[in-house]
Design a protein around this ligand. Sequence first.
Ligand SMILES: [Zn+2]
Length: 269
Amino acid sequence: MARRATETREHGTRKCYLRGPELGAGPGCRCGDCQRANRAAGIRRERAILRGQWQPFVDAGPVREHILALGRAGLSPQNVARLAGVRPTSVIHLLYGSNGSKPGRRVRPATAKAILAVQASERTLPGAGLVDSTGTHRRVQALVAIGWSQARIAAELGMARENFSATMRGARIRAQTARAVRELYDRLWNQLPPQGTPREAALARAARAQAAARGWPPPLAWDDDRLDRPDGRPARSWLRAAAKRQLEPGAGDKNRDRDNMQATEAEAG
Ligand SMILES: [Zn+2]
Protein backbone atom coordinates (compact mmCIF):
# COMPACT_ATOMS: atom_id res chain seq x y z
CA MET A 1 0.00 0.00 0.00
CA ALA A 2 1.32 3.46 -0.89
CA ARG A 3 2.39 5.56 2.08
CA ARG A 4 1.21 9.11 2.36
CA ALA A 5 3.67 11.75 3.53
CA THR A 6 2.06 11.98 6.98
CA GLU A 7 2.19 8.23 7.56
CA THR A 8 4.84 7.05 9.98
CA ARG A 9 3.73 3.51 10.83
CA GLU A 10 4.05 0.64 8.38
CA HIS A 11 0.87 -1.06 7.30
CA GLY A 12 0.91 -4.75 7.97
CA THR A 13 1.96 -4.29 11.62
CA ARG A 14 0.01 -4.65 14.84
CA LYS A 15 1.06 -1.14 15.84
CA CYS A 16 -0.67 0.24 12.75
CA TYR A 17 -3.72 -1.93 13.45
CA LEU A 18 -3.92 -0.47 16.97
CA ARG A 19 -3.01 3.18 16.41
CA GLY A 20 -3.23 3.84 12.70
CA PRO A 21 -0.52 4.84 10.25
CA GLU A 22 -0.31 8.54 11.11
CA LEU A 23 1.55 10.56 13.75
CA GLY A 24 0.12 10.20 17.24
CA ALA A 25 -2.37 7.61 18.40
CA GLY A 26 -5.19 7.77 15.89
CA PRO A 27 -7.93 5.24 15.17
CA GLY A 28 -6.50 1.86 14.32
CA CYS A 29 -6.12 0.84 10.68
CA ARG A 30 -8.33 -1.97 9.40
CA CYS A 31 -6.72 -2.53 6.00
CA GLY A 32 -6.16 -6.15 4.98
CA ASP A 33 -2.46 -6.11 5.79
CA CYS A 34 -2.97 -4.67 9.27
CA GLN A 35 -5.83 -7.09 10.07
CA ARG A 36 -3.65 -10.02 9.03
CA ALA A 37 -0.75 -8.70 11.16
CA ASN A 38 -3.04 -8.35 14.15
CA ARG A 39 -4.42 -11.89 13.73
CA ALA A 40 -0.87 -13.26 13.40
CA ALA A 41 0.23 -11.44 16.56
CA GLY A 42 -2.78 -12.84 18.40
CA ILE A 43 -1.95 -16.37 17.27
CA ARG A 44 1.71 -15.98 18.37
CA ARG A 45 0.56 -14.76 21.76
CA GLU A 46 -1.92 -17.63 22.10
CA ARG A 47 0.74 -20.21 21.27
CA ALA A 48 3.23 -18.64 23.67
CA ILE A 49 0.64 -18.79 26.47
CA LEU A 50 -0.05 -22.46 25.69
CA ARG A 51 3.68 -23.23 25.81
CA GLY A 52 3.99 -21.34 29.10
CA GLN A 53 6.31 -18.87 27.40
CA TRP A 54 4.14 -15.78 27.38
CA GLN A 55 5.88 -12.93 29.14
CA PRO A 56 3.90 -9.80 29.69
CA PHE A 57 5.57 -6.41 29.40
CA VAL A 58 7.47 -4.97 32.33
CA ASP A 59 7.78 -1.38 33.61
CA ALA A 60 10.05 0.66 31.35
CA GLY A 61 11.00 3.14 34.11
CA PRO A 62 14.14 1.40 35.40
CA VAL A 63 15.24 0.62 31.84
CA ARG A 64 14.89 4.28 30.85
CA GLU A 65 16.84 5.34 33.96
CA HIS A 66 19.59 2.93 32.97
CA ILE A 67 19.76 4.31 29.43
CA LEU A 68 19.97 7.85 30.84
CA ALA A 69 22.76 6.81 33.22
CA LEU A 70 24.64 5.19 30.34
CA GLY A 71 24.17 8.41 28.39
CA ARG A 72 25.69 10.43 31.21
CA ALA A 73 28.62 8.05 31.15
CA GLY A 74 29.07 8.70 27.44
CA LEU A 75 27.17 5.92 25.69
CA SER A 76 24.79 7.14 23.00
CA PRO A 77 21.37 5.47 22.56
CA GLN A 78 22.75 3.95 19.34
CA ASN A 79 25.66 2.42 21.24
CA VAL A 80 23.37 1.14 23.96
CA ALA A 81 21.23 -0.54 21.29
CA ARG A 82 24.27 -2.07 19.60
CA LEU A 83 25.67 -3.43 22.90
CA ALA A 84 22.25 -4.75 23.96
CA GLY A 85 21.59 -6.29 20.56
CA VAL A 86 18.27 -4.46 20.17
CA ARG A 87 17.07 -2.05 17.48
CA PRO A 88 18.09 1.60 17.98
CA THR A 89 14.44 2.59 17.54
CA SER A 90 13.55 0.53 20.63
CA VAL A 91 15.98 2.55 22.76
CA ILE A 92 14.90 5.85 21.21
CA HIS A 93 11.27 4.96 21.85
CA LEU A 94 11.97 4.26 25.51
CA LEU A 95 13.77 7.58 25.87
CA TYR A 96 11.76 9.99 23.82
CA GLY A 97 8.78 8.17 22.39
CA SER A 98 8.35 7.86 18.66
CA ASN A 99 5.91 8.72 15.92
CA GLY A 100 4.34 11.35 18.15
CA SER A 101 3.64 8.96 21.00
CA LYS A 102 5.04 9.36 24.51
CA PRO A 103 8.10 7.40 25.74
CA GLY A 104 7.25 3.72 26.12
CA ARG A 105 5.87 2.88 29.57
CA ARG A 106 6.29 -0.84 29.12
CA VAL A 107 8.96 -2.96 27.54
CA ARG A 108 9.46 -6.60 26.61
CA PRO A 109 11.27 -8.47 29.40
CA ALA A 110 13.96 -9.68 27.00
CA THR A 111 14.60 -6.11 25.80
CA ALA A 112 14.69 -4.86 29.39
CA LYS A 113 17.14 -7.56 30.41
CA ALA A 114 19.44 -6.93 27.44
CA ILE A 115 19.54 -3.16 28.01
CA LEU A 116 19.98 -3.43 31.79
CA ALA A 117 22.98 -5.70 31.18
CA VAL A 118 24.83 -2.96 29.26
CA GLN A 119 27.51 -1.27 31.33
CA ALA A 120 29.39 1.90 30.48
CA SER A 121 33.08 1.16 30.64
CA GLU A 122 36.28 1.96 28.83
CA ARG A 123 35.62 -1.25 26.96
CA THR A 124 32.17 -0.33 25.68
CA LEU A 125 32.85 3.29 24.87
CA PRO A 126 33.94 3.48 21.23
CA GLY A 127 37.36 5.07 20.70
CA ALA A 128 36.32 7.55 18.05
CA GLY A 129 32.86 7.99 19.49
CA LEU A 130 32.10 11.31 21.13
CA VAL A 131 31.62 11.40 24.85
CA ASP A 132 30.79 14.14 27.31
CA SER A 133 33.94 16.11 28.14
CA THR A 134 32.99 17.09 31.70
CA GLY A 135 35.15 14.52 33.49
CA THR A 136 38.08 15.05 31.15
CA HIS A 137 38.07 18.80 31.68
CA ARG A 138 37.85 18.39 35.45
CA ARG A 139 40.76 15.95 35.47
CA VAL A 140 42.98 18.28 33.45
CA GLN A 141 41.93 21.26 35.58
CA ALA A 142 42.65 19.31 38.76
CA LEU A 143 46.14 18.45 37.51
CA VAL A 144 46.73 22.12 36.63
CA ALA A 145 45.61 22.99 40.16
CA ILE A 146 48.52 20.99 41.62
CA GLY A 147 51.00 22.53 39.18
CA TRP A 148 50.93 20.47 35.99
CA SER A 149 50.89 22.92 33.08
CA GLN A 150 48.49 22.31 30.21
CA ALA A 151 51.45 22.19 27.81
CA ARG A 152 53.05 19.49 29.94
CA ILE A 153 49.77 17.57 30.11
CA ALA A 154 49.38 17.80 26.33
CA ALA A 155 52.93 16.50 25.94
CA GLU A 156 52.26 13.62 28.37
CA LEU A 157 49.21 12.72 26.28
CA GLY A 158 51.26 12.90 23.10
CA MET A 159 48.82 15.46 21.75
CA ALA A 160 49.58 18.46 19.57
CA ARG A 161 48.89 21.64 21.50
CA GLU A 162 46.09 22.71 19.09
CA ASN A 163 44.31 19.35 19.44
CA PHE A 164 44.61 19.57 23.18
CA SER A 165 43.17 23.10 23.21
CA ALA A 166 40.25 21.94 21.08
CA THR A 167 39.69 19.07 23.50
CA MET A 168 39.59 21.50 26.39
CA ARG A 169 37.01 23.68 24.62
CA GLY A 170 34.66 21.02 23.29
CA ALA A 171 31.55 19.85 25.12
CA ARG A 172 32.09 16.45 23.55
CA ILE A 173 35.38 14.73 22.85
CA ARG A 174 36.66 11.43 21.53
CA ALA A 175 36.33 8.52 23.93
CA GLN A 176 39.96 7.60 23.37
CA THR A 177 41.03 11.08 24.50
CA ALA A 178 38.83 10.75 27.58
CA ARG A 179 40.48 7.40 28.28
CA ALA A 180 43.99 8.80 27.84
CA VAL A 181 43.26 11.72 30.19
CA ARG A 182 41.72 9.35 32.74
CA GLU A 183 44.84 7.16 32.67
CA LEU A 184 47.13 10.19 32.95
CA TYR A 185 45.07 11.52 35.84
CA ASP A 186 45.17 8.17 37.63
CA ARG A 187 48.96 8.28 37.30
CA LEU A 188 49.54 11.91 38.28
CA TRP A 189 46.72 12.97 40.63
CA ASN A 190 48.88 12.52 43.75
CA GLN A 191 52.18 13.66 42.23
CA LEU A 192 53.56 17.14 41.95
CA PRO A 193 55.32 18.13 38.73
CA PRO A 194 59.11 18.42 38.72
CA GLN A 195 60.15 21.76 40.24
CA GLY A 196 63.90 21.26 40.49
CA THR A 197 64.92 24.07 38.17
CA PRO A 198 63.78 27.71 38.45
CA ARG A 199 61.94 27.36 35.14
CA GLU A 200 60.10 24.21 36.26
CA ALA A 201 59.19 25.87 39.54
CA ALA A 202 57.91 28.97 37.72
CA LEU A 203 55.78 26.86 35.37
CA ALA A 204 54.25 24.96 38.28
CA ARG A 205 53.50 28.25 40.09
CA ALA A 206 51.92 29.65 36.95
CA ALA A 207 49.74 26.55 36.52
CA ARG A 208 48.57 26.71 40.14
CA ALA A 209 47.81 30.42 39.81
CA GLN A 210 45.84 29.81 36.63
CA ALA A 211 43.75 27.16 38.39
CA ALA A 212 43.22 29.42 41.41
CA ALA A 213 42.14 32.32 39.19
CA ARG A 214 39.62 30.13 37.39
CA GLY A 215 38.39 28.25 40.45
CA TRP A 216 39.62 24.83 39.33
CA PRO A 217 39.49 22.32 42.19
CA PRO A 218 42.47 20.01 42.84
CA PRO A 219 42.18 16.20 42.78
CA LEU A 220 41.58 15.96 46.52
CA ALA A 221 38.42 18.08 46.15
CA TRP A 222 36.87 15.42 43.93
CA ASP A 223 35.23 12.10 44.68
CA ASP A 224 36.01 9.81 41.78
CA ASP A 225 32.36 9.02 41.19
CA ARG A 226 31.48 12.73 40.95
CA LEU A 227 34.16 13.64 38.43
CA ASP A 228 32.26 12.34 35.42
CA ARG A 229 28.79 13.40 36.44
CA PRO A 230 27.73 16.67 34.84
CA ASP A 231 25.86 17.51 38.06
CA GLY A 232 28.83 16.46 40.21
CA ARG A 233 30.30 19.13 42.51
CA PRO A 234 33.64 19.30 44.32
CA ALA A 235 33.71 18.77 48.07
CA ARG A 236 31.90 21.44 50.09
CA SER A 237 34.97 21.96 52.27
CA TRP A 238 36.97 22.94 49.20
CA LEU A 239 34.24 25.28 47.93
CA ARG A 240 34.13 26.99 51.33
CA ALA A 241 37.91 27.37 51.40
CA ALA A 242 37.90 28.77 47.85
CA ALA A 243 35.18 31.27 48.73
CA LYS A 244 37.20 32.34 51.77
CA ARG A 245 40.32 32.87 49.66
CA GLN A 246 38.36 35.21 47.43
CA LEU A 247 37.63 37.42 50.45
CA GLU A 248 41.18 37.51 51.75
CA PRO A 249 43.28 40.63 51.23
CA GLY A 250 45.58 40.10 48.28
CA ALA A 251 43.13 37.71 46.62
CA GLY A 252 42.56 38.63 42.99
CA ASP A 253 46.00 40.16 42.70
CA LYS A 254 45.43 40.97 39.06
CA ASN A 255 49.01 41.72 38.17
CA ARG A 256 50.32 38.51 39.66
CA ASP A 257 47.57 36.49 37.98
CA ARG A 258 48.21 38.16 34.67
CA ASP A 259 51.94 37.51 34.86
CA ASN A 260 51.31 33.89 35.73
CA MET A 261 48.82 33.55 32.91
CA GLN A 262 51.31 35.00 30.48
CA ALA A 263 53.95 32.55 31.65
CA THR A 264 51.48 29.72 31.05
CA GLU A 265 50.46 31.03 27.65
CA ALA A 266 54.13 31.56 26.68
CA GLU A 267 54.92 27.99 27.60
CA ALA A 268 51.82 26.80 25.78
CA GLY A 269 52.77 28.68 22.61
ZN1 LIG B 1 -3.16 -0.64 7.43
